[in-house]
Design a protein around this ligand. Structure first.
Ligand code: AMP
Ligand code: FES
Ligand code: ZN
Ligand code: ZN
Length: 305
């Protein structure tokens, strides 16, 4: 298999782009495509401070690497969730983030928030206390992550929070939202969520990459990452949809990309319209001052009551 640019040995074949590239040209292409995506969706400006949410996984570490190489002012933020499950999941994830800084970008700033250290309870414990989510802490975890990301972004004067979501993640969510006709979610699913009512701007610079491409980027750049996914994500519907979509992609090259991009463009052109669910009257939480519809205390602060 030969590189489409130089005829050297290709390390990846991206059928949906009709492109085979050697390691050197793949890195060059990957950086340029990430930059084009940031500009195309007007994610942030060259002088903006960006907060990269890093989980220790391939996507978010690759994203941080890319933003630093593109000379963005990107700081990392790791949230210690205290998930162990006999795997040392959270400890290993933090180790990977630290190793990444040491090995690849020794001057980069990594902000660390340890949930148990700062608030008194780790996620699995907290979820048990509240008996939310049928034994799975994912809902509580999502709420806590959103709150902390927002707090760090606001306090640190960051223009945006960047997450490592790739196209496979987005397409799986799109499929889920479509199968259930969750029109409120379909109205909001996008590469950029604008800042609103005290909620920080959120961007996904990897939405145009398939998961295998961000994995290949991490591999080629020698970025070590945690291979395990969160032990609570096993058997999730998102994973089922990802498998189904990959099967589809095998038989129909570019199917994932088409599904996602046609959704975005149809909505952009007004060919389809989804009505957003009104958030209701927002007011600042009396304890943390983040916006809430839930009365005096926001859902996050009520967790710790
Ligand atoms: P996930 O929901 O686990 O697929 O993660 C989606 C994105 O959220 C990742 O690409 C990261 O950008 C971010 N993220 C997930 N877990 C953490 C964490 N513990 N600390 C900081 N960011 C995270
Ligand atoms: Fe939060 Fe799995 S429950 S990452
Ligand atoms: Zn080449
Ligand atoms: Zn609050």
């Amino acid at each position: 298999m030969k590189c489409s640019k130089c005829g050297g040995r290709a390390v990846i074949n991206m059928r949906q782009h009709r492109l085979r590239l050697c390691a050197e040209h793949f890195v060059e292409w990957f950086l340029a495509f990430a930059q084009r995506t940031i500009e195309r969706y007007e994610m942030f400006a060259p002088t903006d401070k960006v907060l990269v949410a890093v989980s220790g996984g391939k996507d978010s570490l690759a994203l941080w690497d890319v933003l630093l190489r593109l000379n963005y002012r990107a700081e990392g933020m790791y949230i210690g969730l205290g998930i162990d499950e006999g795997l040392g999941y959270s400890d290993k994830s933090l180790d990977m983030c630290r190793l990444f800084v040491r090995k690849h970008h020794p001057d980069a700033v990594l902000n660390i928030v340890d949930v148990e250290g700062e608030y008194g309870q780790a996620i699995p414990e907290l979820a048990r206390t509240h008996r939310r989510g049928q034994g799975k802490p994912c809902a509580v975890c999502g709420l806590v992550k959103r709150h902390i990301m927002n707090r760090i972004a606001r306090d640190g004067g960051f223009a945006a929070i960047a997450t490592g979501h790739n196209m496979d993640d987005e397409v799986a969510v799109l499929m889920q939202n479509t199968l259930h006709w969750q029109t409120g979610y379909l109205a909001r699913q996008a590469p950029v969520l604008v800042e609103r009512d005290g909620m920080a701007r959120k961007v996904k610079p990897f939405v145009r990459f398939y998961e295998r491409e961000s994995a290949a980027y991490a591999l080629v750049q020698g970025i070590d990452y945690i291979y395990d996914e969160c032990p609570f994500a096993k058997g999730s519907t998102t994973n089922l949809y990802k498998e189904l979509l990959n099967q589809l992609e095998l038989n129909s090259t570019g199917a994932k990309q088409q599904f996602y991009l046609h959704f975005l463009s149809a909505r952009e052109k007004g060919e389809v319209t989804f009505v957003e669910t009104e958030p209701g009257q927002l007011q600042p939480c009396t304890r943390c001052s983040q916006p809430t519809t839930a009365g005096n205390l926001c859902a996050f602060c009520r967790l710790w009551e």
